[in-house]
Design a protein around this ligand. Sequence first.
Ligand code: MN
Length: 288
Amino acid sequence: MRIVGFDGGRIGVVKGDALCDVTDVVAETWPSSAAVNRLIASFADLEPNLRGKLASGTWRPLTDVQLTAPVPKPGTLFAMPANYDDHVAEMASPNRADRNSFFVLAPSSISGPSDTVVLPDLPGYRVDHECELAIIVGREGRHVRRENAMDHVFGYSCLVDLTVRGPQERASRKSFETFTPLGPWMVTRDEVDDPDDISLKLWVNDKLRHDGSTRDLIVDIRGIIEMVSSVSMIRPGDVIATGTPAGVGPVVAGDTIRIWVQNIGEMTLSVHQGQPIENRAFSQAVAN
Ligand code: MN
């Protein structure tokens, strides 16, 4: 099932080019950007009603709505650093996911497929794109073993991890508002045959920059669930960015970013120039 957010907090299911509004199955009285977390948590209970709604409800063209991030407000946004060997090599970095473990980002950095990416005005700094598969957590868990890990995966989405390069903390460099586009929808895990062989690509202005597969992950999907839950409780609606294959490069205002993930979908984002920021840690220009 392909589940979308749209029109400011409504929830829909997509089939082909059509959408069915299922918000009332989840949130009877008030649509909310957190309602989808409830849908994920209660999916097994709600699924019969959802299927009923899809059979009897009205479908309308997807182009009639404004898509938002499928999970606009995850409890926690986890992320894996340096999780593909070819990316480790291109960064000439001592970092590796199996040595560094995960980090967290501000969930408020998440934006949707209809939003623009807004670059802070940081003269001398470079902002890179990273092309990632997002895991959407479906079930609460702590100390989840890899053999049970898939029970905790609700589904997947496309995620672009925008990153200012510099010496500042990763959470600061990657948490600018609109720096984590997520979408265009999430696909439940039953529709993905093999999570260890999902191709992912990203283009900037129609030039291919990333062309990878989750078969090359250093810490694979099951390992990520095990690693994150060894430290933190994972909860329904949490989002985990799994890391980028090689191909990172700069984006500037006026660029168009297109991300595609096999069996999930694709989304196209435009990049705009934003305002200068007041932050003394970013006030010193760095050479890239
Ligand atoms: Mn990343």
